[in-house]
Design a protein. Structure first.
Length: 215
């Protein structure tokens, strides 16, 4: 598994433009991308990071970490996923960084998703759907999610996001219309972000096969 993650992470380096600021996601596959990015750090201006975890790894490699407000639009965002369907729509948020990941994806011209083959699914939902919520709204959101989707929301106890919020993981879903589901869940008061990347899916998916498959 780690070898397939490494293959996907290193392949994504081919999409990095000289002199650019690179959006960097979070997770075990992205860690391989960061390590590969370090080898060409003199060719880039810096990175915008989606989590404190990635920020620490980038800085340890001597890669400047910039604020998105200062960086402006980005040419490239590289991140992993917990699930990916045939239309490059994703479930993300297993690492609880979904809101910042979604912001950087929206700010980027091209979103390259790096995954191992096990993350490919015909229909999203086998992996529990993360939803970041304002703490006081946890029970309210859980009730409305249950009523809307029939899925079972479970509070990810002991986890606080980098934004100071909580995460609900919704089990038992089969998401046949990810765009509509994302839109509907976003309307629930107290929802900060939904771990469905469907309205803004990945532009390119790199699967860590040997050799890597680019979709």
């Amino acid at each position: 598994m780690s070898e397939s993650k490494r293959l996907a992470g290193e392949k994504a380096i081919e999409f990095v433009e000289d002199g650019s600021v690179v959006g960097v996601g979070t997770g075990s596959t992205v860690a391989y991308f960061i390590d590969a990015l370090a080898r060409i750090r003199d060719r880039i201006e810096g990175a915008v990071s989606s989590s404190e975890q990635s920020t620490q790894r980038l800085k340890a490699h001597g890669i400047p970490v910039l604020d998105l407000n200062a960086a402006g639009p980005l040419p490239l965002y590289v991140d992993g996923a917990d699930e990916c369907d045939p239309h490059k729509r994703l479930i993300k948020g297993g690492g609880a960084a979904l809101t910042r990941e979604k912001i950087i994806a929206e700010a980027s011209e091209r979103f390259v998703c790096i995954i191992d083959p096990a993350k490919q699914v015909p229909v999203l939902g086998r992996f529990p759907l993360p939803i970041e919520v304002i703490p006081m709204a946890r029970s309210l959101v859980a009730r409305q999610v249950l009523a809307q989707t029939g899925g079972q929301p479970v509070w990810r106890e002991g986890v606080t996001t980098d934004n100071g919020n909580w995460v609900l993981d919704v089990h038992g879903l089969e998401i046949v219309d990810p765009v509509a589901t994302e839109r509907a869940l976003n309307q629930i008061p107290g929802v900060v972000s939904v771990g469905l990347f469907a309205r803004r899916p990945a532009d390119v998916v790199i699967v860590g096969t040997e050799p890597p498959t680019v979709l």
